[in-house]
Design a protein around this ligand. Structure first.
Ligand code: PMT
Length: 400
């Protein structure tokens, strides 16, 4: 969930500030982009140089970048940059300043300017934490929608034992992932995606296949997972690695793909068929390699199951179905027929006529036709960006 997330890490003046370096590292290890803002007192516990080196970004703690030239740091830009503003450690002083809206240092100015959710991980001595003023401040922040990452109990820097130690960096990163998952628009939704080609054997070494690389289906898996969905990819023979956390079932033939897809669709909220499934297979498959003089002049074919059409037949109320149509001409009429015949919510048309679209490319050019007659035409863009467009439309049309 932290992949490509922009986390603004606020560090305030507590001995736990040293753990912020490990936290920045852990968030980045999980894919987040981290930028750091510090209070002046935090810079006495850990240097901005350490954090700038670890994050690869300038660290901000002052309103002015260069006093002589009058260059100033834009707290508004930083406040708008993050997907989340995580203040860890958050001292009793900072919590109190957040409640009153005090703006006496750069971090507090960023706090007042930020539009993203603000999260705090308090760190202080046990009596400070238990003090009714601190507890009242935490309650006020919580009432305003600021989530609190509870401190741990244990040995404190003062030598006392009790609750007040900032949660460990790994635990904070876990918390952030859980929280992002719950915020995600497709949290709790199960998606099954067919991707890639199928290979239909003729003998031990030959097959009927096509040029699908699986890129379109894998890009969709990545995008839908980022939107919080629980994604299951059913992939034909492809040379791609699935995004981590995505369940993958590898298959070779249309019959295998059909079997896996029907089981998965019974539990799914959304089905997306990007696979280029072979419509026919060899009626008889020879178990050894046919030699040149043994090759039949023709291979007798029989029809494969139509996976998407079967999903359409079994579609229950609340399930959402997306199909693709690969055409070699403009293809609008043919795509619209498939939309209807396969009982889809919308169909994505791509044509080999458009340069950079279809099989194997990193880009695609699509048009979408909804079952209610609406259509959307898109420019050529990366398959990742195409996946974003498709995901956005699914989120708009998905039954609540
Ligand atoms: O994998 P890439 O290299 O990234 O290329 C992406 C793609 C071109 C394969 C993809 O964008 C695409 O268009 N996929 C559908 C290809 C196709 O088989 O189209 P079709 O018009 O023949 O089939 C219509 C729909 O029925 C498709 O959703 C297909 O997955 C599905 N189908 C077709 C036949 C069959 N036996 N079972 C099916 O489920």
């Amino acid at each position: 969930m932290l992949q490509h997330k922009k986390i603004l890490l606020g560090i305030t003046g507590s001995i736990a500030a040293y753990k912020a370096a490990l936290l920045a590292r852990e968030l980045q290890r999980r894919g987040a982009v981290v930028r750091v803002v510090m209070t002046p007192s935090a810079t006495e516990f850990i240097t901005p140089l350490t954090l700038a080196t670890l994050t690869g970004h300038k660290v901000y703690s002052d309103f002015t970048e260069n006093k002589d030239s009058g260059e100033w740091t834009n707290h508004v830009e930083l406040g708008l940059w993050g997907d989340a503003f995580l203040i860890a450690p958050a001292t009793a002083q900072t919590l109190s300043a957040m409640v009153s809206g005090t703006c006496d240092n750069f971090l507090m100015a960023v706090h007042l300017s930020s539009r993203c959710p603000v999260i705090v991980a308090p760190a202080m001595d046990l009596d400070m934490f238990q003090h009714s003023a601190t507890q009242a401040n935490l309650q006020t922040l919580q009432n305003r929608g600021v989530p609190i990452i509870e401190p741990d109990s244990g040995a404190l820097a003062s030598g006392l034992e009790g609750k007040g130690r900032m949660a460990e960096p790994e635990a904070i990163a876990d918390w952030m992932e859980d929280w992002l998952q719950k915020q995600a628009p497709l949290n709790g939704k199960k998606v099954v995606i067919t991707a890639g080609p199928t290979h239909e054997p003729i003998d031990a070494v030959r097959f009927i296949g096509n040029r699908s690389s699986g890129k379109m289906g894998f890009a969709l898996a990545q995008e839908l997972q980022s939107a919080g969905a629980d994604v299951h990819l059913i992939a034909g023979p492809v040379q791609l690695t699935a995004p981590s956390g995505v369940q993958v079932t590898h298959v070779e033939t249309a019959v295998e793909m059909h079997k896996a897809a029907m089981v998965a669709f019974a539990q799914a909220d959304i089905g997306i068929a990007t696979a280029a499934v072979a419509d026919y297979r060899a009626k008889t498959v020879v178990s050894n390699k046919l030699h040149r003089d043994e090759m039949p002049p023709a291979v007798e074919l029989e029809e494969n199951p139509d996976i998407l059409a079967d999903w359409g037949k079994h579609k229950k109320s609340g399930q959402f179905l997306v199909g693709f149509a690969l055409e070699t001409d403009q293809g609008e009429d043919s795509a619209k027929l498939k939309l209807k015949r396969k009982n889809l919510d919308f169909i994505v048309l791509n044509s080999t006529m458009d340069q950079g679209a279809g099989f194997g490319t990193d880009t695609n050019k699509i048009s979408i036709f909804e079952k209610n007659g609406k259509s959307h035409i898109f420019e050529l863009k990366s398959k990742a960006a195409v996946a974003q467009d498709i995901t956005k439309l699914i989120m708009t049309l998905l039954p609540q």
